[in-house]
Design a protein around this ligand. Structure first.
Ligand SMILES: Nc1nc2c(ncn2[C@@H]2O[C@H](COP(=O)(O)OP(=O)(O)OP(=O)(O)O)[C@@H](O)[C@H]2O)c(=O)[nH]1
Ligand SMILES: [Mg+2]
Length: 174
């Protein structure tokens, strides 16, 4: 049987590991180690291999949830993980120094390696509520992109589900 999968990518601290933990029906397999790249992000732990969880959807099908590491030096794993994926969720940390540059970087790189469905989740919005969502929408319209973008909190299961449903719905329509 062909395994269904969805990949979560995005910069360090965006909430990829959290997203998979919030959504998975099984205990998540993570490869987190102590973060030594404190210049990029002050978080305590960071993913160096991948995260893996599973979500069982209506009808009993099971979707594998894969999280990439956020550190750029592990980029080589992106094409491997996203091969054959139903879709890729790009998570952006709204409170980062330049989140629009992060979005641009991730969209450009995935454009080169992945031809399937992409949705964007903007997380950590509560940490910088004064920064407007229009930054991202303006950027997406400037490149004529109709990629869906949602403000989300990865600690909330329903927010992660929204991203996943956005991928699945688009498949049903195509
Ligand atoms: N305040 C706030 N915290 C969030 C939000 N989304 C996720 N988090 C928290 O942010 C922290 C970092 O999330 P992780 O899931 O470790 O981030 P990651 O993307 O896996 O990071 P790397 O593995 O280092 O690339 C966790 O403690 C999450 O619970 C959000 O919307 N708001
Ligand atoms: Mg992680």
């Amino acid at each position: 049987m062909q395994r269904l999968k969805i990949v979560f990518s995005g910069p360090m601290g965006a909430g990829k590991t959290q997203a998979i933990s919030s959504l998975s029906d099984i205990p998540v397999v993570s490869t987190e180690v102590k973060n030594t790249d404190l210049d990029t992000n002050s978080k305590l732990l960071t993913t160096v291999g991948m995260d893996y969880g599973e979500l069982t959807i209506e009808g009993g099908a099971s979707i594998g949830l894969y999280g990439t590491p956020g550190q750029e030096r592990f980029n080589f794993i992106w094409p491997i993980l996203s091969q054959g994926a139903l879709g890729v969720v790009i998570l952006i940390d709204h409170s980062a120094a330049d989140p629009v540059a992060d979005l641009k970087n991730y969209l450009q790189k995935f454009n080169d390696i992945y031809g399937g469905r992409i949705v964007v989740g903007v997380s950590q919005v509560d940490k910088m509520p004064e920064r407007p969502m229009s930054l991202y929408r303006d950027y997406l319209s400037s490149i004529n992109s109709n990629i869906p973008l949602f403000p989300v909190d990865m600690r909330k299961r329903e927010d992660v589900l929204l991203l996943v449903e956005s991928i699945i719905t688009s498949l049903e329509q195509s």
